[in-house]
Design a protein around this ligand. Sequence first.
Ligand code: ATP
Ligand code: MG
Length: 733
Amino acid sequence: MQHLVKGLNEQQLAAATHINGPLMIVAGAGSGKTKVLTTRIAYLMANGIDAFNILALTFTNKAAHEMKERIGKMLGSNEARNLYVGTFHSVFARILRAEAHQLGYPNSFTIYDSDDARSVIKTVVNELNLDDKHYKPNIVNSRISALKNALIGPADYLNNRAAQEEDTRANRPAIGQIYQSYAARCFKNGAMDFDDLLLKMHELLKNFPPVLHKYQHKFKYIMIDEYQDTNPVQYEITKLLAAANENICVVGDDAQSIYSFRGATIENILQFQKDYEDVKVVKLEQNYRSTKSILHVANHVIKNNTGQIAKDLWTDNAGGEKIKLVRTMTDNEEGKFVADTIKEQKLRNHYTNKDFAILYRTNSQSRAFEESLRRMGIAYKIFGGLSFYQRKEVKDFIAYLRVIANTRDEEALKRIINYPVRGIGKTTIERAVIVANEQNITLWEVFSAAGAYGFKASTLESITNFVTMIRYFQTMLTDKNASDVAVQVGKHTGLVKELFADKSVEGLARYENVQELMNSIKEWTESPDSEDGEVNDKSLGAYLQQITLLTDADNDKEDSDVVKMMTIHGAKGLEFPVVFVGGVEESIFPSGMSINTREELEEERRLFYVAVTRAKTKLWLSFANSRYRFGNLVQNEPSRFLDEMPEDYIDRSYAGGGARNQGGFSNMGTAFERTQRGFGGEAAQAERRYGPPPAKKTQAPAAGTNKPSYMPPPKQAPVVSHTPSGDFVPSDT
Ligand code: ATP
Ligand code: MG
């Protein structure tokens, strides 16, 4: 048994060999929390506790899989396969498959993903004669999700004044009504959405004592990793399950709590100590993951948060290199810098692709990295979230461009003929496809001669309008470049407007992605040289050709040697030898949307702490002077978090410190704009801190000029820089 705990330090050993009674491990990043939890499971099993009686809840399915595998290896047996290990959702779905009939659901209930959920919401909103423009499925879905995670079921809502008042204040008084109908409809369909997996599990345990007893008896030992990110419904479920035996072990780090927007609350850590009086609390203080430099920087920055549980994390690891700050002119250069550096590091230090991770705050930042890695022929994989060009909204937009360039492209045509919705229904499309097949003509030809095929008047009108619009775009093909066409498509199809109107977090991300696509088309048309040497062919056809080559690139790299790209949220619990964190700029990181309150800002800082502590050996933090966002060339200042780093541990030589100031801040707008944005002080300060920006090849257009016209018109003069208020979306549209 000793071999299981070999190499653990004193605190780790105490935690891993604690068998009965509640246990809480609160410790900083890389201190071996997950390792201890894994070891403890093996230790319990080695002490005769049946794997069937152990439940372990992890944050991702991958983590669950790895944990089982590791325990299997430690014990050298197949017993680990009998463990209940998984995410809250997967474990509860499994239990509900056995128990759902108690709640009146079929045990073979369907799980609705968020697309399904939104579709049901749309249906019930319409059935209730409410306006689905006001009660947007996305917004309603997020609200219902929040209610469920706060343990407010549809029936509870009727008695919950606070929740009702919140919705009334938000001018959505019918949320309760929609919530009832939505829940009833899901029930009728025998379906649960993701949040129901938690809510129904709670209902089951609370209202059916025999079921509760059964699972209390089964799960005699319960373990939860990443406890800081559990929400109230998860807290209550595990409390119910653990009530009989109180063998519950939770592991977490309050400094890494980054999911409060999904209802997670650090309160759970504090509450845990109140609920379980004999709790044994273990602190782990030695970090085994990172170099001294990396750890010191992380510790130093997180100290700026108030109200963290005091921790003194240290490491015996090597001092390591300083953390490198990198300043580039643009986001594309940032991507190029990272790709170049990966190539160089591979040559110099014998790293392979899988030693590198590129982390970013939001998915839309992945594009510039993706393109540079592709160009350099470096294999990569984007985790969580689709590759940029696979995203639905990006595909939809590109489908328009494809049809304009080649009307025979039936797949693209089918994709957009009724998107945004213009009253050309499924039956119409099916009929048109049949006609096309019968007459051996293209679908487009059927639509462009629609009058001949007896469609009903309103449908005919919609089809004719669509055809006219596409033909209008086509008139530009001869003398306009790809970007000009794309701008017109954004304007006239209603696609951008529709995305812009959706103010939910997901809606905003979709809008951002389409803007990002348009930015990339603009940049492509403005770039002096093209990849294939065909200088100056900036037509739509040329653009599509190169984009098709990008999308056709090999994407099948299972578990192979690839650079990993993911959001910081997705990197929780993971570690990599070399880490790049991109876009360390004000309004990106911290996010412009998350700096309205101290709580939000502190969550961003925790996210920064998570990002930094993923690195084992080397860490690069990069920021760009300017980047296209929301259709504008914007200048963000370096992130405030960079100011919070201890000077002795950072290397600014990549931040332009040594370069001559050829470009200066001349592209930062007029003196008036600078004063408006407070650049007089901050930019100058930034320049002192980071040195002048590196010399640039071509002068970027002055901020505020050459503004693409696909942005909805702002009310006042455009504020191009992202202000700390994050007010980057004009409010009058
Ligand atoms: P996070 O907060 O990021 O989830 P963590 O506290 O869960 O981190 P682990 O991932 O368990 O930390 O451990 C970090 C690294 O340190 C791992 O590579 C792990 O194998 C190693 N490690 C932990 N404890 C020891 C030890 N006693 N001896 C050697 N290596 C250790
Ligand atoms: Mg961990």
